[in-house]
Design a protein around this ligand. Structure first.
Ligand code: HEC
Length: 154
């Protein structure tokens, strides 16, 4: 009788420990943004880019990038602009392939809200300019060559 009850109690523990582990695995899922950066609210991450990603938008975005972002992020977005090594936190390397998985809304929110030492651009750049920059950022991402046998066909 007692043995049985002990087994039930043990079983409960196993379930509790397993669900705690499952939570940790979920929490360890790719952290969006640099370490310590605030989490992008889900609603903002889902926001649709109102500006079509055409050549005109990308050219405008490139121009805005050169004037506002390049000093830190570098001409190609590699995080190596002229002031990069004077900053307490290195600027993000915006060519990283992980940005291909970020939504436009996420990038827009990060640009709008900044994260010290990156300034927030919601008061200095109109929303349209920030969406144009998002469209330009897409051209900076470098997707590493993958093994053709594992490459997806999309
Ligand atoms: C004063 C330097 C500076 C300027 C100017 C600047 N950034 Fe940043 N940026 C940074 C730093 C530093 C980080 C990393 C912040 C952190 O660790 O949270 C960053 C992070 C980012 C991120 C987030 C990366 C991520 O992993 O989510 C994006 C996107 C970004 N910058 C784009 C831009 C764009 C676009 C502009 C221009 C409109 C810009 N930045 C201007 C310094 C700068």
């Amino acid at each position: 009788m007692l043995e049985n009850r002990q087994r039930i109690v043990m079983g409960g523990w196993v379930v509790a420990v397993c669900s705690a582990l499952a939570c940790m695995v979920i929490a360890a899922d790719p952290p969006a943004g640099p370490p310590g950066a605030p989490k992008v609210p889900a609603r903002d991450a889902r926001r649709k880019n109102p500006i079509p990603a055409d050549d005109g938008s990308r050219a405008t975005g490139k121009h805005i990038f050169a004037g506002n972002c390049q000093p830190c992020h570098g001409a190609k977005g590699q995080g190596n602009g002229p002031v990069a090594d004077k900053l307490p936190t290195p600027p993000a390397n915006l060519t990283d392939s992980r940005y291909a998985k970020e939504t436009d809304g996420t990038l827009f929110w990060r640009i709008s809200n900044g994260h010290t030492p990156m300034p927030q651009f919601d008061s200095t750049l109109p929303a349209e300019s920030r969406w144009n920059v998002v469209n330009y950022l897409r051209t900076l991402i470098v997707i590493p060559a993958t093994n053709p046998s594992t490459e997806s066909t999309k």
